[in-house]
Design a protein around this ligand. Structure first.
Ligand SMILES: O=C[C@H](O)[C@H](O)[C@H](O)COP(=O)(O)O
Length: 262
């Protein structure tokens, strides 16, 4: 079965596997969204089943909630958890300071709330997600449906006033209809190419009426786990500066690899 996995899927799996080592009995864990995070949820489900690991999971989307329940993780709400020990999530881009673009899968709002309410955020990714400067991946901006075109115009005006080079903004679609997030909102994707000052842009975007949240995660990620198709896994922690470089065996497990599509 593993031979059917592409190197990029192996990389995602291995990053997820290393990150689950940080999960301990009794923890309240934020469960991210996306194809990489889905591996992590499945691996935690294995540990719950095989080792009797006792954790409570706070999912960051309806689809992660469903997967977590399917694999036997106890699911609670953020309000029940109040504060989390750890959140593990994927990312669309990560720079050298561990700042991120997230929201390619539309879950940025819940993801940012959950990650911010955690003692530690671990991001898991394949090596292709590492960039020198954020922005090649379109930046998602979640807007409320009411007056979204006005919000879009205000976003574009703001980009001009900030001298941002790429200013093309598009409404994310789901077939013929606008994409709708779990919170009932829409998403504008900003095609910026390269973001000069991500910190400033993140603050400014959230001042625009109608904007609920943006996909820039600044100073939120503590630890980055990068997987490679070769089996190499790098773990970098921004707080203590540690870097770990290891190799993990890729273990075939039919149960694990079934139904991993997200
Ligand atoms: O909204 C989606 C999330 O931010 C994901 O974590 C992000 O898009 C990465 O997803 P994937 O692991 O599928 O590349």
């Amino acid at each position: 079965m593993s031979s059917e996995l592409s190197p990029i899927d192996k990389a995602k799996f291995l990053a997820a596997k290393r990150a689950t080592d940080f999960v301990e009995d009794g923890m309240r864990v934020g469960l991210g969204t996306g194809s990489t995070a889905a591996w992590m949820v499945r691996l935690l489900g294995e540990r719950v089943r095989d080792e009797g690991l006792k954790i409570s999971g706070v999912p960051t989307s309806a689809r992660t909630a469903q997967l977590a329940q399917e694999v036997g993780i106890k699911v609670i709400t953020l309000d029940e958890a109040k504060w989390l020990d750890l959140t593990i999530d994927g990312a669309d881009e990560v720079d050298g300071d561990l700042n991120l673009i997230k929201g390619g899968g539309g879950a940025l709002l819940q993801e940012k709330i959950v990650a911010t309410a955690s003692d530690r955020m671990i991001v898991i990714a394949d090596a292709a997600k590492e960039v020198e400067a954020l922005g090649a991946f379109p930046l998602p901006i979640e807007v409320i449906p009411f007056g979204w075109q006005t919000s879009q115009a205000l976003v574009e005006e703001m980009l001009i006033s900030m001298d941002v080079l790429g200013r093309d903004t598009t409404l994310r679609m789901n077939g013929d209809a606008p994409y709708v997030t779990d919170e009932g909102n829409h998403i504008l994707d900003l095609h910026l190419n390269r973001i000069g000052n991500a910190r400033e842009l993140a603050l400014v975007m959230n001042q625009i009426p109608g904007v609920v949240e943006n996909g820039l995660f600044i100073d939120i990620c503590d630890t980055l786990v990068i997987g490679h198709g070769s089996g190499r896994v790098e773990t970098r922690d921004i707080n203590d500066g540690t870097i770990e470089d290891m190799r993990l065996d890729f273990v075939e497990d039919d149960n694990l690899f079934r139904d991993i599509s997200d």
